[in-house]
Ligand binder design. Structure first.
Ligand SMILES: O=C(O)CCC(=O)C(=O)O
Ligand SMILES: [Fe+2]
Length: 889
């Protein structure tokens, strides 16, 4: 019972059944009368028990009492040891609790960091989402939100840190406030003191209050003993190790006798009691600490959890809200994109439509005179009249002239063009147009059917027989109208206009028949005739070359003699066919033409006719006065780049096919050329389907061959039907034959050499009677361009572009089929639509505007010109009635 009182619940149960318990019980039963004198101060916790114990020791006598006291002391020692053990265990508990909560805090922190990280990732995703959207506003909002989220997350991190710090801080503070560490230190010191030997004065132990004992420090104890307690120190040795020390103490008590010993023992017991009380108090305090710490940590954790959960919840809500906003924004943008895509598609389609329209217009302007005719009408309207209103104008060279004007105007918008007209030129043309428009006599005369017919013939619209043309000279009205037209034409030519597309004049093969207006009846001269060729009847000559005759050399010669310039005729070359016959030999003009009757045989020619016909992409362009009256092709040796241009496109020439080289190897040796390297590097091919197809008067005098300034060789091979080949002098002398006619039959070779292209024109006229098809291959040498920067020198016929029987793919994706330009296949689906290159829809509009401006300008200037020069023009018109001196023009 006493043990139970002394030790309290749990500890007492540990003592039950032990030796100390048994002894105490026995002692309590035996000693009832003799009570121990116990100090008042020991009335505390252990006091009554000990009083009872001490009191009960007395009746057994001193020895018994001593033994009982010894037992009691050892019991108290055990008690002390048990308490110490509990203190240790409590300390362990406390450390465990601390560790546990620290762990929980760590755990919590980790969770929070994870949450924050997750939120950050979500925020990053949100950032990505905002990147995906193109809306600046949207991404700004997202950016701002992301920044606020970032700040919130940073705040949260700071908060976590604060909470952590706070938690640790308050823990430390809490511990400090309970003097925990101090107490631990104090207890440690006390225990050390006990184990190291603590001096107590036996007599004064009873005077120690439990409070004093609790606050005892090593120094305090020493001070206490130094000043107040002196004799008979007792060495307290707690636990099992205390026994010998106590025995020694007991032994030292012995000399005072049993009573003294008893008193010492009593003192010692009360000291032990105090020690026990102090320890019990520490145990209580430790228990309190333990509960406090636990409570404190629990509180902190709860608070932390609450804050974190709230914060995370808030962040999550924000992220959710943000995502919802982002989603809405995305949907809105998607909608916009869809709308824009739709608009893009419609724009692309519009652009495609416009491009197609531009192409059509280009084609029409270039290839179809109707468009030009319409534009001519516009010009006419501007100058005050409608050309179309007068039937007689239909098909007259207005069409060609105005068309050419417009074409050259259009060309003026191209930087590289050399056909652009100056303002002065425009003024002159305008004047000429106005003058004609205002010429009432001209209009009146034009009503005459014979005049209209003559004009149509002049324009190349209608074919008149030479006999019909013969009457013109005697018809004053016809001569007047033609003179007026020639005046206009002259003016246009002077202004740089051409009566066919600009490229055509540089074209070795584009020989639209020149109108007979170029001819003028001349005196018959003595013709130099080869035996197998006829001279042209000078009576049929109705034209004179437009250009003035070049000056002759000092004597009667036009050109230096060939021996002087070193011209070798092909017929004179050693390996040439001896039968090559020069049917034209004009030494004074250094002009020559030779003929060689079929040296190959019929079989050879039939096979080559078929090969060439099938192996060539024949083209048939439109000229101003209708389709070219034959088909042509243009081929060049490898390495030559004589491109041709039309309607803004550039088409490469056809490279010599293999058969061409083969054919040349058969033909050229007859002309003395045996080496491939010496053979011609270009060939113009003509296909005359029937006798109606022809080539008009022309010279192969293109820049490309420089036939006007240098000796120039041309070799031709005829296959198929026989046709007449005519050569006429440009400036025949009074006594000269004007030309010769040579029949060219199947397999015949024909040459033109020296300065023939300068002094002669040639043609293959229509046949009166039906004939079969004929092919003519005309080989020439492309002269080296004098100035390589002048690309135009290598430009070749327009006629090779516009009409072909077969399909010809063009570099711009379009195709030529059956003589018509076809657009590239139109892509139908949106997906197929290519990303359009930047289109300048204003380009062609600008061209048209420029044209209109120039037209208006021309019209205005013309008006002004007409006012001032009316008299002069009237005079000229008068002169024209009595025959026009063309030289004046
Ligand atoms: O067909 C002919 O014989 C003449 C062809 C011609 O003169 C030419 O192509 O330039
Ligand atoms: Fe020719």
């Amino acid at each position: 019972m006493a043990a139970a009182l002394l030790l309290g619940g749990a500890e007492f149960t540990r003592l039950q059944g032990t030796r100390l318990d048994r002894r105490l019980s026995a002692w309590l039963e035996q000693s009832n009368s003799e009570a121990l004198q116990t100090p008042d101060q020991l009335s505390g916790l252990p006091g009554p028990a000990m009083d009872a114990t001490m009191g009960s020791i007395a009746p057994t006598g001193l020895k018994g009492k001593l033994a009982a006291l010894e037992d009691f002391i050892s019991m108290q020692n055990e008690e002390l040891a048990a308490q110490r053990q509990e203190i240790e265990s409590l300390r362990g508990d406390k450390a465990g609790i601390e560790e546990h909560y620290q762990g929980q805090l760590q755990e919590l922190k980790k969770t929070m960091v994870g949450d924050v990280q997750r939120l950050q990732e979500q925020k990053m995703l949100a950032g990505l989402g905002s990147l995906l959207t193109t809306s600046l506003g949207g991404s700004l909002i997202v950016e701002m939100m992301a920044r606020s989220l970032q700040q919130q997350i940073l705040g949260l991190q700071r908060r976590i840190q604060e909470i952590e710090e706070q938690a640790t801080g308050s823990l430390v503070a809490g511990l400090a406030s309970r003097d925990f560490s101090w107490k631990v230190a104090q207890k440690k010191a006390a225990v050390n003191q006990s184990t190291g030997g603590l001096l107590y004065h036996a007599q004064r132990v009873s005077a120690l209050s439990s409070d004093h004992a609790t606050h005892m420090t090593a120094t305090g104890i020493r001070e206490f003993s130094d000043h107040r307690w002196v004799e008979l120190p007792i060495l307290l040795c707690p636990g099992s190790s205390s026994r010998p020390a106590m025995d020694a103490t007991m032994g030292s008590i012995a000399p005072t006798g049993l009573k003294g010993k008893l008193a010492a023992l009593e003192d010692f017991i009360s000291m032990q009691n105090e020690e026990l009380a102090a320890q019990r108090q520490e145990i209580e305090s430790l228990r309190g600490d333990k509960a406090g710490i636990e409570e404190h940590y629990q509180g902190q954790l709860q608070e932390l959890k609450k804050t974190m959960v709230g914060d995370v919840q808030r962040l999550q809500d924000e992220v959710k809200r943000h995502f919802a906003q982002q989603k809405a924004e995305n949907a809105r943008l998607q909608q916009q994109i869809t709308t824009l895509k739709g608009e893009k598609t419609s724009l692309q389609q519009q652009i495609l439509g416009l491009q197609r329209r531009i192409q059509e217009i280009e084609e029409q302007v270039g290839a179809d005179c109707t468009t030009l005719w319409t534009l001519c009408e516009m010009v006419g309207l501007m100058v005050g009249t409608s050309f179309a209103s007068n039937d007689a104008w239909n098909g007259v060279p207005w069409r060609a002239v105005s068309g050419a004007w417009l074409l050259s105007s259009a060309n003026a918008s191209r930087a590289d063009s050399k056909t652009s007209m100056s303002d002065d030129d425009l003024v002159q043309v305008g004047k000429a147009l106005s003058s004609l428009k205002d010429n009432e006599r001209f209009h009146g005369v034009l009503q005459q059917p014979s005049v209209s017919k003559a004009v149509r013939h002049w324009a190349g619209i209608e074919r008149l027989s030479p006999e019909e043309c013969e009457d013109w000279q005697s018809d004053g009205q016809i001569m007047f109208v033609l003179a007026e037209l020639r005046r206009l034409e002259h003016c246009c030519r002077k202004a740089g206009m051409k009566d066919r597309p600009s490229a055509a004049s540089d074209n070795p093969g584009d020989k639209v028949e020149d109108p007979p207006s170029k001819r003028q009846r001349t005196e018959e001269g003595a013709a130099t005739r080869a035996p197998d060729c006829k001279s042209i009847d000078p009576a049929t000559r109705t034209w004179q070359h437009d250009e003035p005759a070049p000056a002759k050399l000092a004597g009667e010669d036009w050109e230096e003699h060939r021996s002087k310039v070193g011209l070798q005729l092909m017929g004179e070359m050693p390996s040439a066919n001896a039968s090559l016959n020069y049917f034209l030999k004009d030494e004074s003009r250094r002009s020559f033409a030779a003929h060689l009757a079929n040296p190959f045989g019929q079989q050879f020619c039939a096979s080559w006719f078929a090969k060439v016909r099938v192996g060539t992409k024949w083209l048939q362009p439109n000229s101003w006065w209708g389709p070219m009256p034959r088909k042509t092709a243009w081929m060049v040796a490898k390495g030559h780049t004589c491109t041709y241009e039309y309607g803004g496109m550039e088409v490469q020439p056809i490279e010599y096919p293999v058969w061409m080289v083969e054919l040349m190897q058969s033909v050229m040796p007859h002309c003395g050329l045996t080496e491939i390297k010496d053979m011609p590097n270009s060939c113009n091919l003509n296909l005359y389907e029937d006798g109606k197809q022809m080539v008009g008067w022309h010279a192969d005098d293109e820049e490309l061959f420089q036939g006007k300034s240098k000796d120039c060789r041309i070799i031709s091979l005829s296959l198929g039907a026989s046709r007449q080949f005519e050569l006429e002098l440009n400036w025949p002398g009074p006594d000269e034959s004007i030309g010769v006619v040579q029949t060219l039959s199947d397999g015949d070779i024909c040459t033109m050499e020296g300065m023939t292209q300068k002094h002669f024109m040639h043609r293959v006229p229509e046949e009166e009677t039906p004939v079969g098809p004929r092919i003519n291959l005309t080989w020439r040498w492309i002269a080296k361009p004098r100035d390589s920067s002048k690309k135009q020198e290598e430009k070749v016929p327009l006629h090779t572009v516009l009409a072909c029987e077969d399909e010809l793919p063009l570099p711009d994706g379009r195709r030529l089929r059956g003589g018509k330009l076809e657009n590239a296949a139109v892509q139908s689906t949106l997906e197929d639509l290519p990303d359009l290159p930047p289109v300048d829809p204003g380009a062609w509009r600008r061209t048209l505007v420029w044209q209109l401006v120039t037209m208006v300008l021309a019209a205005v200037l013309a008006r002004v010109g007409v006012w001032y020069q009316e008299d002069e023009f009237a005079k000229l018109a008068m002169n024209a009635t009595s025959g026009v001196n063309d030289a004046e023009l």
